[in-house]
Write a protein that binds this ligand. Sequence first.
Ligand SMILES: [Zn+2]
Ligand SMILES: [Zn+2]
Length: 452
Amino acid sequence: MQLYNTLSAEERAELIDQAGKQRLTLSFYAYAKIEDPKKFRDDLFLAWNALDALGRIYVAHEGINAQMNVPAENFEAFRATLEVYDFMQGIRLNVAVEHDDHAFLKLTIKVRHKIVADGLNDETFDVTNKGIHLKAKEFNEILEDPNTIVVDFRNHYESEVGHFKGAITPDVETFRESLPIINEQLQDHKEDKNLVMYCTGGIRCEKASAYFKHQGFKNVFQLEGGIINYAKQIEEEGLESKFIGKNFVFDNRLGERITEDIVSQCHQCGKPCDNHTNCANDGCHLLFIQCDDCKAAMENCCSTECHETIHLPWEEQLKLRKGKQVGNKVFRKGKSESLKFKHSGELTDVALATIPKTKDIRQKIKVKKVLLGKAEHYYVKAQVGLFTIENQELNIGDKILISGPTTGNQELVLEKMFVNGTEATQAKIADKVTFTLPFRVRLSDKLYKILD
Ligand SMILES: [Zn+2]
Ligand SMILES: [Zn+2]
C-alpha cells in the first residue's frame, strides 16, 4: 500500500504535461470532530492518489484544511471521496478562477495539532457560534453602510498586493497576532458597528468571528468562502469588485489577479508591481515583491549580499548558511532592511498603476489574424505541440501566432509540420497537426494565422 509520494516534483511536472489534461485548482476546509486523524489521513491519501489529485492538506482532530489540484475529469469522483464523510456532505469546494497545471506537484497530507495555527484556546469559547456568512453581493452592500468596519484577517504580505477598499489591514505576520490588535482597536464599537471580516478562503474568519462574538461584538459578519469565492461570484454575477489588486495564494502562482489594479510597489525600485518572488539565495529565500527589471539586474535576489552569495562556490554558500535557521522564512517575515519600498499596516486604496491592457489592443489592431484551432497536447521530450484545426487551413510558410494566458503571444513561421502523423504541406479542418516549438504550449492555447 503506497501511502506517500514516490515521484519527484520534476517527474510529476513532466507527467502532467504529457497527460495534457485540464486540472482544477481548489481549496476547502471543514471543522469537525475527527477521532483518528492518522487513519483519516491515510484513507484520504489512498483515495486521492488514485485520482491523481495533488496538493497540501492538513488534518487534525478539529478538521481538515486543503489546497489542491485535481484533474477536471476526476472532479466528481473527487467530490465523492469527500461525501463519504458526514461532515463533508455538500461541502463547498472553492475552485480558483485561474488555473496552473503546476500549482501543486505532490500530494502532501500532514497530521497536525490544528488545521490553522490560530493560537486560540478552543475551550474558552464556542467555535460553532460564528458570524453571519455573506455572499459577494451582500458583502458589497454591507461595505456601503457607514456603520461598517471591515477587517482583513490575512498577513501583511497578503494585504499588500490586494485588499478590500477601506479595510483595516493589521501589520501582522500571523493570524493569531491580529486578533488582540483588532479587539483592542475596536473596543468601543462592540455594540454599534458591523464588524465585517474576510480572509483568503474563509477558514480564518470561521474562528475569528466566533472569537469576536465571544469578546462581546454584537454584529459580526464574514465573507463566505473568502476572497477566492468572492472573485468567482463577481465574475459570474457581473458585480463590481470592491477588492482591488491580487489575491495572494499559497501555491506556485503566489497570487490570483482579481482586478487590473496594482496597489503595491517593487520593493527594490518602487515601480508599481505586485509579483511576489522568493530570493534566489537558498540561504535567504525571503518572500518579497520584485519587478522584471530588478529581477534581471539582481538575478532574483533580495539584496546585494544575497546577489554576491549566489555567485560563490556551493561549498562556501553552505558554510555561510551553517547554523542559520532559514526553513520557515518562505512565507514568514517578507521584511528586510534592504527592501526600501515594502509597505504594511496602512495601505493605499488607490491603484498605483493598472495592468497595461493597451499592449494587447495595439497588437490586435496591428496584427490581422484568423483563428485556426487550439492546442491539444505538448510532448515535453520532443518539444512538439499538437493542434487541431477547426477553421480555414494551415500551410507551410504561414506566419502563425500562438496565444494563451501562460504562453503569451508567440509568433513564428511554420517550416515543417506533420498532419495526422505524416509530413505534409497543408492541413484542413479536423486535421491533427504537430510541429516543433521553441517553447511549451498549454492546453487550449489558440493557434492563429497572421494575415499580411
Ligand atoms: Zn524594481
Ligand atoms: Zn535574499
